[in-house]
Design a protein around this ligand. Sequence first.
Ligand SMILES: [Zn+2]
Length: 85
Amino acid sequence: MNNERNVSSRLYWSLYHKKVQLERENEKLLIENNFLKNKFILNNISEERRCSFIRSNGKRCRQKGLPHQNGGEIINGYCQYHQPK
Ligand SMILES: [Zn+2]
């Protein structure tokens, strides 16, 4: 009898720990998912706002008006370096 009780109590705690562990993992995944979603949105928006200037090497200017770039805001499709004069 007593032994049976111990088994079910141990089972209960191991399931409880598993549950807590899964909840933590779930939380982590939710945060990661949110981060990726934001990154995706930012990428799409910034692709739309990318400077249209074609450089002498045939490649498009990479300025997107992002905070870490220094080409400033994209105005009328061009960064500050390539504003039509
Ligand atoms: Zn540009």
